[in-house]
Design a protein around this ligand. Structure first.
Ligand code: SAM
Length: 265
């Protein structure tokens, strides 16, 4: 596991709220489309792993309460301070998905977005998550696959965009140094099958330009500013130049791979 102190984008930092807002803006629509395709419905018991902010548990709560018998959503994270007030039927619990016992069994859906990529024990955790499904239940994992599209600006013109690409490369290198696997997304279909799941479906979303891209970039780069400068490839002044230019730039978001599979009946 990435111990709390090792996780590069530690949620106790003030930038976490902005990061969760940006991730919601970039990816909630994609995630919810997959909830629709899976058929998440009234009465389902769902576990949202590494929930971070409130957005995804709320999306799930809306679906499991829409008509029929209300379902439940368990939202867990090592840091639950950003989850805020939750609708009825959502339980928030502090939980380390690497070290703690699984918090239940017989789930209809287990979903983890942008969590496993950071954890060196990701494959063991994946198996453990699959083991908490009821027969017929779904495991749905979404993670970045930066190796597929590594740059912040695919068509750089201005100097600051070339600088942004250098800084993005350094940021990705920092994540890798902390144990992240930036090619994890492409491995997920194989790994879900290895977990015994069937009907495995996978696709990806590459966001070329979106306001959420700038917000995510600002939160991430600001939080790891010292680490970036410490690598010696960019100066503190260059990082500040990039951060202050982000108001007028639209960097690409990281590519998101969404993969789900079902435990056989
Ligand atoms: C990049 S954020 C993604 C948050 C949210 N899933 C989303 O997509 O908006 C990664 C989340 O994983 C959580 N996390 C990291 N290590 C964890 C662990 N060992 N157990 C549970 N959650 C963990 C972090 O606290 C953080 O909230």
């Amino acid at each position: 596991m990435v111990a709390v102190s090792e996780y590069l984008l530690d949620n106790r930092a003030r930038q976490a709220r902005d990061r969760f807002g940006a991730l919601s803006a970039l990816f909630d629509r994609v995630t919810d489309q997959h909830f629709e395709a899976i058929g998440v419905a009234a009465g389902w018991r769902c576990w949202e792993v590494g929930a971070g902010g409130p957005a995804v548990p709320r999306l799930l709560a809306e679906r499991v309460h829409r008509g029929g018998t209300p379902g439940t959503v368990l939202a867990t994270d090592i840091e639950i301070g950003w989850l805020g007030e939750m609708p009825a039927g959502v339980e928030v619990r502090q939980h380390d998905v690497v070290h703690d016992e699984v918090p239940g069994a017989g789930f209809d859906l287990v979903h983890a977005r942008l969590v496993l990529v950071h954890l060196p024990e990701r494959e063991t955790v994946l198996r453990r998550l699959a083991g908490t499904l009821r027969p017929g239940g779904w495991l749905f994992v979404e993670d970045v696959e930066t190796a597929l599209q590594p740059v912040a600006f695919l068509d750089p013109h201005a100097d600051v965009e070339f600088l942004g690409n250098r800084i993005r490369a350094d940021f990705v290198a920092l994540l890798e140094q902390r144990g992240a696997d930036m090619t994890f997304g492409r491995k997920l279909p194989r790994l879900l099958r290895w977990c015994g799941l069937v009907d495995v479906t996978a696709d990806g979303r590459i966001t070329l330009a979106h306001p959420g891209g700038a917000d995510l970039e600002r939160a991430n780069i600001d939080q790891v500013r010292a680490g970036l400068v410490g690598q010696g490839h960019v100066t503190a002044e260059e990082v500040d130049t990039y951060l202050s230019a982000l108001d007028r730039l639209t960097p690409a978001g990281p590519p998101l791979i969404s993969v789900y599979g079902r435990r056989p009946e």
